[in-house]
Design a protein around this ligand. Structure first.
Ligand code: SF4
Length: 112
């Protein structure tokens, strides 16, 4: 009798552990999805800001310094005369360089 009760208790504890592990797994997945969505939203926001700044020639000073580094970088790909793309992030450099909180994937802009 005592061993039966002990066996049921162990089974309940195992079920509890499995349930907690399942919840942690789901929480982990949800956190990853939310993190990805936040990164995508930030990227879209920066694309809009960068394009706006590029069209209206804003942040020229910082853009010139950043673009000088980018144009010398082997990750810079020339799409057309006025459009160059970073092959690491896929961004249009003339726009990306004009966004204050943008970062170089290789951290080459750190001293600017
Ligand atoms: S953002 Fe960085 S990695 Fe990309 S082209 Fe410019 S310097 Fe190179």
């Amino acid at each position: 009798m005592k061993s039966q009760i002990l066996g049921k208790k162990i089974m309940l504890e195992d079920a509890g552990v499995i349930l907690i592990e399942k919840h942690l797994y789901l929480i982990n997945i949800v956190m990853r999805v939310v993190g990805s969505m936040i990164r995508i939203i930030k990227k879209i926001r920066n694309i809009i800001i960068g394009t706006w700044n590029n069209v209206f020639h804003r942040n020229n000073e910082i853009a010139e310094k950043r673009l000088k580094i980018c144009y010398a970088c082997d990750k810079c790909f020339t799409l057309s005369k006025n459009i160059k793309i970073c092959t690491l992030c896929g961004c249009v450099l003339e726009s990306k360089a004009r966004v204050d909180n943008e970062k170089c994937e290789l951290n080459l802009w750190v001293n600017i």
